[in-house]
Design a protein. Structure first.
Length: 139
């Protein structure tokens, strides 16, 4: 399984992972270890930047949505790596990462940084999800 940081993890490969239209986007991205290193915490900012709701069904994504999702995965994972991890997690030495999470347990009480709307927190598929109902509508 190619790491999402690798060259082999390109858009063609990414699209080939979408084998079940009934999955929700969260089920696709963050369960069954389909994408190594992409977990529930990382998922939130990826979907926020891609403007996709975590409960959205894969079948409802347009080609453009899928492209934005791919670009967002590459972008967010690179930023987290370059900043030594997320500010919500600590490394082996107890130091928090420098990547400032957009949506997390640290930030969800703040308004959406794009539209100023309310961020929703819900339990979904074994972990909390955070999303903006305006920027990430559930179609
Ligand atoms: Zn918003």
């Amino acid at each position: 399984m190619p790491s999402p940081y690798s060259q082999e993890f390109d858009e063609t490969y990414f699209l080939s992972l979408m084998t079940n239209e009934k999955w929700s986007v969260k089920a696709f991205l963050a369960t069954d270890q389909r994408i190594p290193g992409l977990g529930n915490g990382t998922l939130q900012d990826i979907l926020f930047r891609a403007k996709i709701n975590p409960k959205c069904k894969m079948a409802s994504l347009t080609e453009e949505d899928k492209h934005r999702l791919f670009v967002s995965i590459k972008h967010v994972l690179a930023e987290i790596r370059d900043n030594g991890g997320r500010d919500t997690e600590k490394d082996l030495f107890g130091e928090a990462g420098q990547y400032q999470t957009i949506l997390s347990q640290k930030t969800f009480k703040n308004p959406c940084p794009v539209c100023g709307g309310e961020i929703v927190k819900q339990a979904y598929l074994g972990g909390s999800i955070y999303y903006c109902i305006h920027c990430q509508p559930l179609e």
